[in-house]
Design a protein around this ligand. Structure first.
Ligand code: ADP
Length: 503
């Protein structure tokens, strides 16, 4: 009932999405759709209406245990364990085809659950998901070992790259299906089995995705989807002795607790965490492009990106040219429900995020920063977690808004005089996920790229992603690289085999 009511509050909902939302949601364990053992549920909310979209099973340690046992069985024996690499690759490719066939449904589910504009979910999230699975479908047949030129006479040594085993994957809410794809693509290509927990704010697309696995030819138990909260469903995944590796994307704070908890069973861990990325505009850049790029760097996905360009360094000589353009972009962005075709920016994902981000807006002003534009929820909205694109000026490096990850559409503009010193200032953060420079001087651009302590550096662009290009953090932004060939390292372990050839 609630789901139907929420759905009618929006326009143009695909009939398949309406039908999906009307169903009783279950978790996927061992190829079967099941209720949580406790029978408890929680609601997932449309952040533009604050109304419930669906009741979701509230998984706990018992559900996780069932999922881990299923994943272990599927890993050790049965069709997945005996599937050839080429069959595995074909199944992953089929999964990509099926997602593509249902692209509109997935885009709408992302918009309803997360709040992002439908145009963005259609143009970015879902095509990237499809590409990602296709890319890793290709890798399934290319996970190769090596022959090692050992010195002992008569000995042949070679390596096998074997799957790690049962992988626990815990994902965030900012790109729900894309984060699922980043985690699952490489894990499946390498032959692992998985217990995946979507974020409690955005479980819908993962549950719809689970319905495609069987048609793709992925056997029961290979991908198990447990819904629930971090402490009650996420932590048991990290603690479970039957899990061999944890892959986590989320906040640095939770990443630290996961690393510590995983040490008890000495699980492998890969972490993709927060950021406070410096975006550096030199005076010799194409300033029109740089201003547009600076707006996109912070406002894409409402600033709910771990790599958001949230510290904007502008060379003093160009400050008065870039700032008016940035403010104009900020004020022109059309804020509204994601399902409205005119919307360029939707609401934040949840009331917690709304409180958190607006708390930063208050803290920034208390510390003496100036709000050049934006600053809170525009008065025309009486519900929905909307926050206007916000630019802070007059900031100091010690301010909370400059140091801490806000994870909202809030940028700190920082003028700089000394082009030699700005990279040092950019690196002055505990994070190291991404950075960007805007300049026409190719030497300066490459020098900065070498000096910036970040896992990704963009030159005269921002937020470029490709399934083939590794992504991950330096410093407290985590470790391990997702995407590209590098992700195979996360999901394989190396076995060295020695053979006495008798020679
Ligand atoms: P955010 O603060 O952006 O919501 P979190 O890091 O809290 O991000 O959450 C990211 C994911 O981690 C979610 O799926 C969440 O449920 C999960 N999570 C949160 N706390 C824990 C925890 N203690 N152990 C395991 N998973 C957790």
């Amino acid at each position: 009932m609630q789901a139907a009511a929420a759905a009618t509050a929006n326009t143009n909902i695909d009939p398949a999405v309406r039908e999906f939302l009307g169903r009783r949601m279950k978790m996927l364990i061992d190829g079967k759709w099941v209720d949580s053992v406790s029978g408890k549920t929680f609601q997932t909310i449309d952040p533009s209406t604050e109304e419930s979209l669906a009741e979701i099973p509230d998984g706990n340690a018992e559900d996780v245990d069932r999922a881990v046992r299923a994943a272990r069985r599927a890993f050790e024996s049965g069709p997945w364990a005996s599937m050839s690499a080429s069959e595995r690759g074909r199944a992953i490719w089929k999964l990509a085809d099926l997602i593509e066939q249902h692209a509109e449904e997935f885009a709408q589910l992302e918009t309803l659950d997360n709040g992002k504009p439908l145009s963005v979910a259609r143009a970015a999230d879902i095509p990237l998901v499809v590409d990602h699975f296709r890319y890793y479908a290709g890798w399934a047949t290319k996970v190769e070992g090596e022959t090692i030129p050992v010195s002992a006479p008569g000995m042949l040594a070679y390596t096998l790259r074997e799957p790690v085993g049962v992988v626990g994957q815990i994902i965030p809410w900012n790109f729900p299906l894309l984060m699922l794809a980043w985690k699952l693509g490489a894990a499946l290509a390498c032959g692992n089995t998985v217990v995946l927990k979507p974020a409690e704010q955005t479980p819908l697309s993962a549950l719809r995705f689970g319905e495609l696995l069987d048609d793709a030819g992925i056997p029961p138990g290979v991908v198990n989807i447990v819904t629930g909260f971090g402490e009650t469903a996420g932590a048991p995944i990290v603690d479970h002795p039957g899990i061999d590796k944890i892959a986590f994307t989320g906040s640095t704070e939770v990443g630290k607790s996961i690393m510590s908890a995983a040490s008890k069973t000495l699980k492998r861990v890969s972490l993709e965490l927060g950021g406070k990325s410096p975006n550096i505009v030199f005076a010799d850049a194409d300033l029109d492009e740089a201003a547009a790029g600076a707006a996109a760097a912070i406002y894409f996905n409402h600033g709910q990106c771990c790599c958001a360009g949230s510290r904007l360094f502008i060379e003093q000589k160009a400050y008065d040219k870039v700032m008016p353009k940035l403010i104009e972009y900020s004020e022109k962005i059309s804020l509204g429900p994601g399902m409205d075709p005119a919307t360029q920016m939707g609401p934040l994902v949840s009331s917690e995020q709304f409180t958190r981000v607006t708390g930063f807006l208050t803290a920034g002003q208390k510390e003496g920063a100036t709000v050049a534009t934006g600053g809170g929820r525009p008065s025309r909205f009486d519900k929905g977690y909307f926050v206007a694109p916000t630019v802070f000026t007059d900031v100091r490096p010690d301010m909370k808004v400059v140091r801490e990850e806000i994870f909202g559409p809030v940028v700190c503009a920082i003028p700089f005089k000394d082009p030699e010193d700005v990279v040092r200032a950019g690196n002055e953060t505990t994070y190291g996920l991404a950075a960007a420079v805007w300049t026409r001087d190719i030497g300066k651009a490459h020098r900065a790229a070498r000096l910036l302590k970040a896992g990704t550096v963009w030159i005269n662009c921002y937020n470029q992603f490709d399934a083939a290009a590794p992504f991950g953090g330096y410093k407290q932004s985590g470790f391990g690289r997702e995407m590209g060939k590098a992700a195979l390292d996360l999901y394989t372990q190396i076995k060295t085999v020695w053979v006495n050839t008798g020679a």
